[in-house]
Ligand binder design. Structure first.
Ligand code: PEP
Ligand code: MN
Length: 337
């Protein structure tokens, strides 16, 4: 159930509606927009007639949300969500670039990466300290040491940090060192992890699962939102199809679809989306043209010697070039970069 309050509705009127929703068995999530307060009621009463709420003082409109996800639905926040971290806004007018190596390997590698990322104009450094690898024999990440390296390099270069959390037990470490916690594709439906992240008040970057539908992605976001953590950023990173020319099939169409269905910011990861560095820049351009709020890209000072995902990792020059091209596309679609 979504109840949109009138512009200028009083606090007492809003509280009366909240009380009524609670009486009816709904859990109420409140979103205060520029003009309207929107109340999202999540509960068992799907057959309730919204007119009973619509007649209450101060109510502009009330309607049932038919989609299985409620708080992730665009109806809940028609104006969109902006995730703010310091002076960086994700989901605002300006695009956000998150870039760095697949894995944190050494202090020198991360320092060099941070310099490349910052000087090309990106705002966030990425790098996995806990790596979900298909093989248990592949490099698994440096753990806390990696997070410490990442944080130090980010602070020296005025960057924010995004890094992956693979398990609930890693949450305290990630919250200590990272500004944004990434949930990887393989964990998109790790519901226990999502619920725990819902209890945080920290931005979460939720990547689309390898074989997940858009609806499943939004339901996973709903797990986090329903815990009261509304700072969720979605990421299209390619899905597995019958095509073998690319590592995954970058679903560019998911970007406008998500923008219609949800208020949450949407970024694109053309690195995992294609698996080959030659295709990363064209897909980055396409994602921005399609309306993405930002990009997550793998870049390494020496990509051919990267511990993981080297084939899809840009060189510093390729990354700088990508940022320039993306700025031109952003301007063409009415955004800044
Ligand atoms: C990553 O960002 O390095 C990563 C493992 O991504 P994904 O979960 O999308 O495969
Ligand atoms: Mn990777």
């Amino acid at each position: 159930m979504v109840v949109v309050m009138q512009e200028g509705a009083t606090e007492a009127q809003t509280e009366a509606v909240i009380r009524r929703l609670v009486e009816m068995g709904f859990t109420v999530h409140r979103s205060t927009g520029v003009r309207h307060t929107v109340l999202g009621g999540v509960g068992p009463m799907d057959d309730f007639d919204p007119v009973a709420l619509e007649v209450m003082d101060g109510v502009k409109e009330a309607h049932r949300i038919v989609s299985p996800y409620k708080l992730a639905s665009r109806h809940f926040r028609p104006g969109g969500t902006t995730v703010r971290i310091g002076n960086v806004e994700i989901g605002g007018h300006k695009l956000v670039a998150m870039a760095g190596p697949c894995s944190v390997e050494t202090e020198e590698q991360i320092e060099a990466s941070a310099e490349i990322v910052a000087s090309a104009g990106a705002q966030v450094i990425r790098g996995g300290a806990f790596k979900p690898r298909s093989s248990p024999y592949s490099f698994q990440g440096l753990g806390e040491k990696g997070l410490r390296i990442l944080r130090a390099a980010a602070s020296r270069n005025g960057l924010l940090v995004v890094s992956e959390v693979m398990d609930q037990v890693q949450i305290p470490l990630l919250t200590e060192y990272a500004d944004i916690l990434q949930v990887g594709a393989r964990n998109m439906q790790n519901f226990n992890l999502l619920r725990e992240l819902g209890n945080l008040r920290k931005p979460i970057l939720l990547k689309r699962g390898i074989a997940a539908t858009i609806e499943e992605l939004l339901l996973s976001a709903e797990y986090i939102l329903s815990g009261g953590n509304y700072q969720v950023i979605l990421c299209e990173r390619g899905i597995r199809t019958f095509e073998t020319s690319t590592r995954n099939t970058m679903d560019i169409a998911a970007i406008p679809v998500l923008r219609r269905l949800t208020h949450l910011p949407v970024i694109a990861d053309p690195s995992h989306g294609t698996g080959k560095r030659d295709y990363v820049v064209p897909m980055a351009r396409a994602a921005v043209a399609a309306g993405a709020d930002g990009l997550l890209v793998e870049v390494h000072p020496d990509p051919d010697h990267a511990f993981s995902d080297g084939a899809q990792t840009l060189s510093p020059d390729q990354f700088t070039d990508m940022m320039e091209q993306v700025r031109a596309i952003a301007a063409a679609v009415g955004r800044a970069a």
